[in-house]
Design a protein around this ligand. Structure first.
Ligand SMILES: NC(=O)c1ccc[n+]([C@@H]2O[C@H](COP(=O)([O-])OP(=O)(O)OC[C@H]3O[C@@H](n4cnc5c(N)ncnc54)[C@H](OP(=O)(O)O)[C@@H]3O)[C@@H](O)[C@H]2O)c1
Length: 279
C-alpha cells in the first residue's frame, strides 16, 4: 500500500485531499503545523526516516497575502525553505514530491492565459516566495510535480465564505472588478493531484477550472447560486494596490497535451460545492 504524507493537511487543499483519498488504497499521514512544522529541518528529516512515505504532497504554506507582505522572512521560510526541506528529504528516501503552487507566480500585465512555459513574474512577497519554493524543488529533487492553481475555495475561510458571511451581516460588499482569474474548487484540484500520485508524469502543471471571471463576477455568481442576490449589494471597484496580479488566468496546457483530465467549468464546480455544503 502506497504511503502518502500530506503537509498543511488542515488547509483547503490538504483537507480536500484527505477527504477524497481512498483509505483502502493508500496509507495517509496527514499533518499540519501543530504536528510537523515544515520549516524545521530536523523534524522533517525524522518524519521521512520514520515513515518512509512514497509520495509527499506539500499543501503547507503561508497563503495570506497581507501576512506575507508584513512578515516576508516568515513567508520565505515557509513557502521557500519549507519546500526545500521536503524536497531534500524526499530525494534522500526516493519519494515523489507534489508541490502545490499558485497563479501569483505570474504578475505581468497581459490578457491571455499563462501556460507552464511562460517566464515567472511575481509581484507580491507571497508570489515571490512561492516562485522561490518552486525553484528549490526543481533544483533538489528529480521526481517532482509542481501543480499551480488559482482562487481555491472549499472547507474553511475563503472568498466563498467571506461573501456568505457578508450576506449575514448585510450592507455593501466592495469587490475588485479588475482582478481576473479562475475560481477552482479544492475538490477539483484534489482530483488532479490524486491523478499524479498514480502517474509517472513529472514537471509543472496548471490545474484550474475551465473559464475565467473577475472577482466581482465571482461574488455575483456565489450570490446567484445561493439565492442571495437580494440580500447583499456587491459594489465593483478598481483595485490599484498592485499586490495581486490583475490578470492571472492559467492555461492547463500540460494537462491537455498530456491527455490528462482537466477540472470542470468554474461555475459548475462552484454550484456543486455550494449544493454539497447545503449553502
Ligand atoms: N487558496 C488559494 O487560493 C490557492 C491558490 C493557488 C495555490 N494555492 C496553494 O495551495 C497550497 C495550499 O493552499 P490552501 O488554500 O489549502 O492554504 P491554507 O488553507 O492556508 O492551508 C495551508 C496550511 O498550511 C499550514 N501551515 C502554515 N505554515 C506551516 C508550516 N510551517 N508547516 C506546516 N504547515 C503549515 C497552515 O496552518 P495555519 O493556518 O495555522 O497557518 C494551513 O493549515 C499553498 O501552497 C498555496 O500556495 C492556494
Amino acid at each position: 500500500m502506497k504511503k502518502i504524507w500530506i503537509t498543511g493537511a488542515a488547509g483547503h487543499v490538504g483537507s480536500a485531499l484527505v477527504r477524497l483519498l481512498d483509505c483502502s488504497r493508500y496509507e495517509i499521514l496527514a499533518t499540519d503545523i501543530k504536528e510537523i512544522d515544515i520549516t524545521d529541518v530536523q523534524t522533517v528529516h525524522t518524519c521521512c526516516q520514520q515513515n518512509h512515505p512514497d509520495v509527499i504532497i506539500n499543501c503547507a504554506g503561508l497563503t495570506n497575502l497581507q501576512t506575507c507582505e508584513k512578515y516576508p522572512d516568515r513567508a520565505y521560510q515557509v513557502n521557500a525553505l519549507g519546500a526545500r526541506n521536503l524536497a531534500q528529504e524526499a530525494q534522500a528516501i526516493g519519494a515523489k514530491l507534489i508541490q502545490i503552487s499558485t497563479d501569483d507566480v505570474f504578475g505581468k500585465i497581459q490578457s491571455i492565459p499563462y501556460n507552464e512555459f511562460d517566464a515567472l513574474s511575481p509581484r507580491s512577497v507571497y508570489g515571490k516566495s512561492k516562485a522561490a519554493g518552486e525553484q528549490l524543488v526543481k533544483d533538489l529533487i528529480h521526481r517532482y510535480i509542481i501543480v499551480r492553481s488559482s482562487w481555491v475555495y472549499g472547507f474553511g475561510k475563503d472568498f466563498v465564505s467571506d461573501v456568505l458571511d457578508a450576506v449575514k451581516n448585510g450592507g455593501v460588499l466592495h469587490v475588485a472588478s479588475n482582478q481576473i482569474s479562475t475560481p477552482t474548487s479544492a475538490k477539483e484540484l484534489a482530483k488532479v493531484i490524486i491523478g499524479f500520485i498514480k502517474s509517472d508524469a513529472y514537471g509543472t502543471y496548471h490545474a484550474v477550472c475551465k473559464g475565467s471571471c473577475s472577482r466581482y463576477e465571482y461574488a455575483k455568481a456565489i450570490l446567484e447560486l445561493t439565492g442571495h442576490t437580494d440580500h447583499l449589494h456587491v459594489e465593483p471597484f478598481v483595485d490599484e494596490s498592485g499586490t495581486r496580479p490583475r490578470y492571472s488566468v492559467l492555461d492547463n496546457l500540460m494537462l491537455r497535451i498530456s491527455g490528462m483530465e482537466e477540472p470542470k467549468d468554474w461555475k459548475d464546480a462552484l454550484e456543486e460545492y455550494l449544493k454539497e455544503q447545503n449553502l
